[in-house]
Ligand binder design. Sequence first.
Ligand SMILES: [Zn+2]
Length: 430
Amino acid sequence: MPPSRGTCERVGMMSDFERAAQAVREDRLWQRHMDMAKLGGTPRGGVNRQALSAEDAAARNLLMSWAAARGFSVFTDVIGNLFVRREGSDAGAKPILSGSHMDSQPTGGRFDGMYGVLAAFEALEALEDAGVRTKRPVEAVAWTNEEGSRFQPGAMGSAVFAGHNALDAMLAVKDWKGVVLRDALAETLAAAPAPRRGDTPGFALDGYVEAHIEQGPRLEDARTTIGVVTGIQGSRRFMVEILGDEAHAGTTPRAARKDAFVAAVAIAGAMQDATRDADDTLRFTIGRVDVLPGSPNTVPGRVSFTIDMRHPSMEVLEAHETKLRAIVASKAAPCTATIERLTSVAPTVFDPGVIGLVRDAAQRQGFSNMDMPSGAGHDAMHIAALCPAGMVFVPCERGVSHNEIENATPSDLAAGTRVLVEALVRLANR
Ligand SMILES: [Zn+2]
């Protein structure tokens, strides 16, 4: 096929992926977002649709009603992930999957997660409207509990699907009110019933593409429509503990003190300097500091603080962990200090073939685009372990997300969906 849009004058000459991309309807996609935003809608224009709540069940029912209207089949799995399936010509072929999540933060926005589900559903509708028969089935998915605000950890549905988290352990998780996930899931599925497929998590996939708002400012700042996501940065969390001696604030000369907060400031300052990089890619955050005993007239004897560090490269994370450890060892005196690594999530590197399909689709359709890593975690980080995977980002206003004022434009959402559809068709027909 010629690479540029508009070369084919007649519909009959257009390829399947071109016809499908053109069948994406911006108005329908936007309206579906507005309809979903009513479920758990907040007075400030956001949504509170936490995982396995009544609002989550309502969203599931709405999606299933749309699927039924188009003749798509639906099913759930053992952790409540909801799938909408459009058959391919090869009934036995592994499906191409696309989707994201419908749960939100307690003060969440209308697009985080929901866009990926609705873009995938719009893709199925566009295929239907364009009369495109793909070889492999194409399925849209709404993963259970991506946000992890009510039940931890987040990205639970995709992690269970991928075998990265054990099903039984996840079913036993409790929310802050003591509700067990197993019960909340049963209640949700009773309120939004769908046939269940399989008694164990996961099934074979042939490819996965997830659309999402960027949740950062880079696309908007660069006036670019499509983010071709190359991977998801890895993260490491640490706890630093500093031990000094408590002493009277009025009587103890400063030279004689072992002030744990003074040591903490020296360590934290040195860490801030050591983690600055020229292109501002490394993320370093001290998010919580505890100073004990917490009395205004006692020299602190003990300080602990958390570190959250992220970067797309494992080597860079490793090198900086070494630096952090050296700083803790050298800057604590006269106090003593330890640093403990609490968690380590490896960076996700997406499949070069899928990255190329997303980039080619954006280019062919005439959308400005740039390669970028994802700063936030997504369900795709788990599914990338199972099959060739990638993501499509679209801009969100000022990069604001996890906020009720989160916003995106109808045309950007549609552009991302057109790119998504083309990538899905090419995967489904290869
Ligand atoms: Zn999300």
